[in-house]
Design a binder for this molecule. Structure first.
Ligand SMILES: [Zn+2]
Length: 363
């Protein structure tokens, strides 16, 4: 089968490789649509972000490596002898981070907090290939009402659902979301589905503000025209929002906000409110902890998305309560287009992309 392999950062090649036999607890799938996550796209070019050191040392010792490809929709071709509940022909998506099954957390029914298990696309080969072998515990069935293209966004969206659960939004809470890239738009829609009251979004791109309003934001602030902190305070009676999601941070070179949006977010949340950190910054930051202490801010980071989050995500998209379609602007045809999808996704601002660029591998 054909599979993309990395020989070094920035050097990916479409190789012919042997397909292993299907283990008893795995399924063999044919990827239909796959997209690089923003993190994977940055790593592909050696841009420091989450897991950079891990990928760098693996490439130095083990290249060529099949890397990435955990955001996908695939069709099952074969099921392992111990797998129940799935059959050839089923469409599936998957969660990325899996429990190890054998640590104190897993043994005490807290496997959702296990950090020792494999991650699809890192320790396990992902779906930038004509076939993939996946552990059945990773999977969720895709509802017939969800297209292949939207299904490829389910994994990322389930991470945003986990973020909203971590924030413990109460019905009617005012919520502000800095950044209306894919995670920002997902977090905004997830917050609405989970009971948020007033929803305020912030971006510097007029088109992102428009999509945000079309998908349910009450107000979208263009931060290149207005001060978002002042605007959010004005819209919340001078207090600031109950919950603020920070989804804009990251490399300025890639069109992201550096740490500016995080600093603004700390002023846009009300005293005693919650700030949820979604962005990856690629290195340590300097933060005014005294300010956070003085304002009793809760700075939270999302839990790992679980099987329950993924199943709920399927329901939200199937029932139309969350729509990802308007954010999908680049759909490329054929496995040979994978490098182009990485290029667009790593430089979303330049290509006016919101969701990562997708590749249709099969139909
Ligand atoms: Zn474990």
């Amino acid at each position: 089968m054909k599979a993309w392999r990395f020989y070094a950062f920035g050097d990916m090649r479409l190789d012919d490789i042997e397909l292993a036999a299907c283990p008893p607890d795995h399924v063999l799938v044919e990827p239909l649509v796959v997209q690089p996550s923003a993190t994977e796209a940055q790593l592909a070019f050696g841009i420091p972000t989450l897991a950079y050191d891990h990928v760098k040392s693996k490439l130095e010792t083990d290249a060529p490596l099949q890397l990435f490809g955990h955001e996908f929709c695939a069709r099952i071709v074969e099921v392992g002898s111990a797998v129940t509940g799935y059959a050839p022909g089923d469409r599936v998506a998957a969660r990325a981070k899996l429990p190890c099954g054998d640590c104190p957390m897993c043994h005490s029914q807290r496997s959702d907090d296990c950090r020792r298990g494999p991650i699809i696309g890192f320790q396990l080969p992902g779906c930038f290939a004509e076939r993939a072998l996946l552990p059945a515990i990773a999977l969720v069935k895709v509802d017939d009402r969800i297209s292949d293209s939207e299904a490829a966004t389910l994994q990322s969206l389930s991470d945003s659902i986990a973020g909203v659960e971590t924030a413990q939004i109460r019905p009617g809470d005012s919520v502000a979301v800095f950044g209306q890239g894919s995670m920002g738009i997902e977090s905004m829609q997830a917050a609405r589905a989970c009971g948020a009251g007033q929803l305020i979004t912030v971006d510097v791109r007029p088109e992102a503000c428009e999509i945000s309003l079309a998908l349910g934001a009450d107000q979208a602030i263009n931060a290149s025209e207005d001060d978002p902190v002042e605007a959010i305070r004005d819209l919340t009676g001078g207090e600031g929002a109950d919950v603020v999601f920070e989804c804009a941070g990251g490399s300025v070179k890639l069109g992201l906000a550096g740490d500016r949006a995080l600093k603004q977010a700390m002023h846009a949340v009300r005293s005693g409110g919650k700030l949820v950190g979604i962005s990856w910054f690629g290195g340590p930051l300097e933060l005014d902890v005294d300010l956070m202490r003085e304002r009793s801010l809760r700075y939270l980071f999302p839990d790992i998305s679980s099987q329950a989050h993924l199943e709920y995500t399927v329901r939200l998209v199937a029932s139309g309560r969350i729509s990802m379609k308007p954010t999908i602007r680049h759909v490329l045809e054929g496995i040979d287009k994978v490098p182009e999808a990485f290029e667009i996704t790593a430089h979303k601002a330049q290509y006016q992309a919101i969701n990562p660029a997708q590749v249709v591998i099969a139909t």
